[in-house]
Write a protein that binds this ligand. Structure first.
Ligand code: DGJ
Length: 735
């Protein structure tokens, strides 16, 4: 057993003597336990994360920042005691804290034992370091390579049969740590979990890390970047909707006010959960900032019966000296290497056509076939039929839940349309919204008890629909089968768009908030296993459920119902802060008054699709569109698989510029958009990034070949005159 109050790396300044012993400890593994200091060190490629056992009932956070080579480089922590109104639990940078005694800061865990006691007096109970650790019930089924070590810290209550495991999986090459927690009832009496978060991150006191960057928005205005100075106190970002939501997204970036896109110390995190979530940024009165995140405890409790355990979603956190752009690229690499579905993550995303904005619910076989013919002519690769094909779905007041093709619209079922699309050389995709029901539907008439509501109260409707309660076993099975049956009947459907258009409310039981999401993941997982060829597009009224929790199950994400190509520059910029362009769907539509070029360039910055009324396009427009689609096919490998650089933000000036550089740095694509025609210079030099300095490239505006460093120093010369003018530039390594 570890001695209490033994931690030589701690300097007791307030109430005690300084006890500091200097031992130089070199490490040779990514995760190590330094026995001299009782300190755990997680060493990424360029960062170190360190915490230790200060007392057997206290884990302290010591360091997170640029990589150190010995423990001596880790700064001392002042053992502050506080006054009579608080104690060390309240003032020290705790690595983990439960609701206990005079700790008034936000806590990671609060439970009620069967006798009414509501504090967890935990003590350290050992650790394990495992290679390639995969746990069956883990919420995010990532696929770590052998090099990824996982540290497990075991804690237990000093009186009750209750155990807590803290997990840290290190993605060494990305300087990212994935954290989650599991709690176990090891006794017979029930334990009520009232609050359980995934992780608590502490930020160094040596600089003031108080500037928070996050994403907020609303329907059709998703992923707006907000940057704010944290005042002392708490800022809560959350969703109580049972889904991620459009309003705030579960990610954060934190810097000291000095970082920019390419330079500066930035901490970042992303919570992998698609249900109600909470991230609390707390600027303490003791000089440091802490960020906690996990399940939202609003209206939440989970009863742990005999031997039962509860596992939280993962909260990923990282550090970079490469500014906000560096942080985004690390998150993108994490997603493309570890999180996206294994069987599809390295596959090029194809060009889709979807008529939703043109036809809305008025779909039928003849019209969809006509559209398919033109789409194929243009070079589209997947034809997707959206809402309106099933039940009595002639408007949004009926039909959801009745997943049978409407006989008037499709007299011979879906077969002929699927065949036609196939004959045209395209794949076929179909829209579903399986978690919902309209009260005017056969499903609701048969099973009114399946919707989420309180007994005896009428639930709120949104878009005339109600949520099915996926937390119930029979509903989970129904939802899975509704989709699986159609896929089984039509092996020609290789793509589905899974939509979700109403937030959850009035959850009848508190544990169901959690179970709903777990069951949703299970359904997606089963679909992927049963139909491994399937491409899944995740959608929730646009980007209302974009997060890393559902990401292991889907291939693309519908970013927003706002397809105005100028608005999209803002939405896509925000999306790219946290999520890889490999999943960012962007369609060319008729929204706004923009020429084809602008619409195409704006959409080419992600997974390009078409949603415009192509039946109305003139021959000339079709010819142009065909060329743009062809161009996208030529550059999409760089866009979908490269590194993204936000060169100039639409939020900050007249110019928006985004660059994509292939991983081997042999190719780059630069998009430039001018906001309005103003008095600023039309001739602009755009400073590109990410090229190899000494390699020769062919670049626009340079004679012959030119070294990467010259292009990066001088920039790409562009003339952007006129409102909404735009350009696309390609840079290629000399063969
Ligand atoms: C909301 C989606 O975001 C749209 O793209 C479309 O699929 C509609 N739902 C259909 O109802």
């Amino acid at each position: 057993m570890l001695p209490i109050a033994y931690f030589p790396r701690v300097c007791t300044s307030h109430f005690g003597n300084v006890i500091f012993k200097s031992i130089c400890f070199m490490y040779d593994m990514p995760i190590v336990f330094d026995e001299d200091y009782d300190m755990f060190l997680l060493n990424g490629k360029s960062t170190t994360y360190a915490f230790g056992i200060a007392r057997k009932d206290m884990l302290l956070s010591f360091y997170w920042g640029p990589k150190v080579s010995t423990t001596d480089e880790i700064p001392l922590v002042n053992m502050m005691g506080g006054a009579s109104f608080t104690n060390q639990k309240g003032v020290m940078p705790l690595e983990f804290n439960s609701a206990w005694g005079m700790s008034y800061v936000e806590n990671c865990l609060k439970v009620e034992f069967s006798d009414g006691v509501r504090s967890v007096h935990f003590e350290y109970n050992g650790y394990e370091i495992k290679d390639n650790y995969i746990k069956e019930e883990q919420i995010v089924p990532s696929t770590p390579k052998n090099s990824n070590q996982t540290l497990i810290i075991h804690l237990k209550d000093d009186k009750y049969a209750f155990e807590i495991d803290l997990y840290y999986r290190l993605y060494e090459e990305l300087d990212i740590i994935e954290r989650w927690m599991e709690v176990k009832n090891t006794g017979k009496s029930q334990i009520k979990v009232e609050n359980i978060l995934s992780a608590l991150w502490n930020f160094p006191v040596y600089r003031s890390f108080t500037r928070l960057t996050h994403l907020h928005g609303s329907h059709s205005h998703e992923f707006q970047v907000a940057r704010t100075d944290l005042a002392p106190g708490k800022l809560v970002l959350d969703s109580r909707r049972g889904s991620t939501g459009h309003y705030r997204n579960p990610i954060f970036m934190l810097d000291d006010g000095e970082a920019n896109e390419e330079n500066g110390h930035v901490y970042f995190g992303a919570l992998a959960w698609s249900g109600s979530w909470k991230i609390v940024a707390e600027r303490t009165s003791h000089g440091y900032t802490r960020i906690l995140g996990g399940l939202n405890n609003y209206d939440f409790t989970y009863n742990l019966k005999d031997s039962q355990s509860l596992i939280t979603p993962s909260f990923f956190g990282g550090f970079t000296q490469g500014g906000f752009g560096g942080a985004s690229r690390l998150l993108h690499d994490l997603q493309t290497t570890y999180i996206l579905p294994e069987n599809k993550k390295d596959k090029i995303r194809k060009v889709i056509y979807n008529s939703w904005e043109v036809t809305t619910f008025s779909v039928n076989e003849t019209q969809q076939m006509e559209l398919a013919e033109v789409a194929a002519e243009l070079g589209v690769e997947i034809f997707v039929m959206d809402d309106g094909w099933f039940g009595e779905r002639n408007h949004d007041r009926a039909g959801l839940g009745d997943w049978i093709p409407n006989p008037e619209k499709f007299p011979n079922g879906l077969g002929p349309l699927i065949q036609k699309v196939k004959d045209l050389g395209m794949e076929f995709g179909l829209w579903f919204e399986p978690e919902m029901v309209n009260p005017d539907s056969d499903l609701y008439r048969e099973h009114p008890e399946w919707v989420i509501k309180f007994p005896g109260r009428e639930p709120d409707q949104g878009r005339n629909q109600l949520n099915l309660n996926l937390a119930l076993l029979e509903v989970k099975e129904y939802v899975y089968n509704a989709v699986a049956n159609i896929l089984e009947q039509h092996p020609g459907i290789t793509y589905i768009k899974w939509d979700m258009n109403k937030s959850i409310c009035d959850m009848p039981e508190r544990w169901m908030w959690y179970e709903y999401v777990k069951n949703l993941y299970e359904i997606f997982g089963r679909l992927r296993d049963a139909f491994p060829y399937l491409h899944i597009e995740n959608c929730s009224g646009g980007g209302g459920r974009a997060d890393m929790g559902l990401m292991p199950y889907y291939d693309t994400n519908w970013t927003s119902d706002n397809t105005n190509p100028f608005h999209r520059l803002f939405i896509q910029e925000g999306f790219s802060m946290a999520y890889t362009p490999r999943i960012m769907s962007a369609w060319v539509t008729d929204m706004g008054s923009f020429d084809l070029k602008y619409r195409f360039y704006s959409s080419m910055m992600g997974i390009m699709g078409i949603g415009a009324n192509i039946l109305k396009w003139t021959e000339k427009e079709k010819r142009k569109a065909k060329q743009y689609i062809q161009k996208y096919k030529e550059i999409r490998e760089v866009v979908q698989f490269g590194d993204l650089y936000r060169i100039s933000s639409p939020r900050e000036g007249a110019l928006t510029a985004v660059e994509y550089v292939s991983k081997d740095k042999s190719r780059a694509v630069l998009f430039a958009f001018k906001k309005v025609s103003d008095l600023s210079d039309d001739i602009i030099y755009i400073p590109v990034k990410g090229l190899k300095p000494d390699v020769k490239y062919i670049a626009p505006g340079f004679m012959g070949t030119v070294e990467g460093k010259a292009i990066m120093n001088q920039g790409i010369k562009t003339s952007l005159s006129g409102t909404h003018s735009c350009h696309l530039f390609e840079i290629k390594k000399q063969e």
